[in-house]
Design a protein around this ligand. Structure first.
Ligand SMILES: C[S@@+](CC[C@H](N)C(=O)[O-])C[C@H]1O[C@@H](n2cnc3c(N)ncnc32)[C@H](O)[C@@H]1O
Length: 341
């Protein structure tokens, strides 16, 4: 998954193909407009970034910080929305493992001048609000497969000139036992959990707000979810064949939010809240001023909060820095579901 997504020049996030956008269509052969593969919340509506900005403003107040650190900034849409809404941001730093997206972000954010920075490596300490939309799901997972009651790690081999899965017995296990003896495919998220631990070490003051699709571990490792959650996205279509057209499609796995919460907590972070995206955005006032908004805008906000669309599958998890006073973020004021993790 790492090679398919991030190999320099070849990986999906390391090549110049367009990824984010509202529509799959576009002029063939024209890289700049050759269609997109998926749409994310900030691409769908600027109201997403405006609502998140209210949460960031409150976090600034509560933690005495004024910087934003965004991981995996994509086309720069969310950065633009947050910077427009929050003139008080003193510095906005983007960290993305994809070098190819940086040029696009720089062009889009040039109007904000020297406030916006790009970091190649993480600094010793971070003071500020760290955000990431759909970043955890893009971090490589390990595939575990139970066959005839024996757990294997699933790797990729070359077989007669083509990629093929190859399984080897392993001591690795899902974090909870999967009931039943049936064959079962799933994932573990060592990289995403390691990422949260790294952030915990570096965050001196401030908060972390991560947005992504996923569930708590009792849902993630449910006996009936026997095919795992890895899927590919290309031209707004979803498929399960990660070994075909490698580098031309996104590969993602859902997030185990229990694992993320535990990784943060064990590294000293405080879990400040966990809830569905719809609930979070409503708590952050996403409907404020919508009465007079054009119908098309309202339809997009509806997609963000509707339970059948992005409102329920997507979750928000927030952490506070270790050894700092705790506080109650507005996004979880009603409907906090931390107890379900
Ligand atoms: C699905 S895209 C989301 C882009 C954007 N946040 C949005 O919502 O449109 C995932 C992004 O996360 C980046 N990414 C993955 N792992 C990362 C890491 N460890 N640090 C920073 N960025 C990372 C990828 O390069 C990619 O730009």
């Amino acid at each position: 998954m790492r090679m398919a997504l991030y190999s320099p020049g070849l990986g999906y996030y390391a090549n110049d193909l367009r990824k984010f956008g509202l529509m799959p269509g576009g002029k063939a052969g024209d890289v700049a407009s050759a269609g997109s593969d998926f749409v994310t919340a900030p691409e769908l509506s600027s109201h997403f970034g405006q609502a998140l900005a209210r949460q960031i403003a409150e976090a600034f107040q509560a933690t005495g910080t004024s910087e934003v650190w965004e991981f995996g900034a994509g086309s720069g849409a969310l950065a633009e929305q947050v910077l427009q809404a929050l003139p008080q941001v003193t510095r906005y730093t983007i960290v993305d493992v994809s070098g190819s997206l940086r040029a696009r972000q720089q062009q889009r954010l040039s109007g904000f001048g020297i406030k916006v920075h790009w970091a190649n490596a993480l600094p010793e300490h971070i003071r500020g609000v760290v955000i990431g939309n759909e970043v955890l799901d893009a971090m490589p997972v390990k595939l575990l497969v139970r066959v005839n009651g024996v757990w294997h790690e699933r790797g990729v081999a070359l077989h007669e000139g083509a990629f093929a899965y190859a399984d080897q017995p392993t001591d690795l296990r899902p974090p909870v036992e999967v009931a039943g003896g049936h064959d079962y495919v799933t994932e573990i998220h060592q990289e995403a959990e390691g990422f949260i631990r790294t952030l915990a070490d570096k965050l001196q003051a401030g908060a972390i707000v991560m947005i992504d699709y996923g569930f708590p571990e009792h849902e993630y490792y449910h006996p009936q979810r026997s095919m795992g959650t890895v899927v590919c996205h290309r031209a707004h279509q979803v498929d399960g064949d990660a070994l075909a057209d490698v580098g031309y499609k996104d590969i993602t796995a859902h997030v185990n939010f229990t694992g993320i919460a535990l990784a943060g907590q064990e590294a000293g972070l405080q879990v400040l809240g966990y809830t569905g995206q719809g609930r979070f955005l409503l708590n952050c006032g996403v409907l404020q001023g919508m009465e007079d908004a054009p119908l098309a805008d309202r339809a997009m906000v509806q997609k963000l909060i509707n339970e059948q669309e992005m409102g329920e599958l997507f979750k928000i998890m927030a952490f506070g820095a270790k050894n700092t006073p705790t506080w109650q973020p507005m996004g979880f004021a009603a409907g906090d579901r931390t107890h379900t993790l």
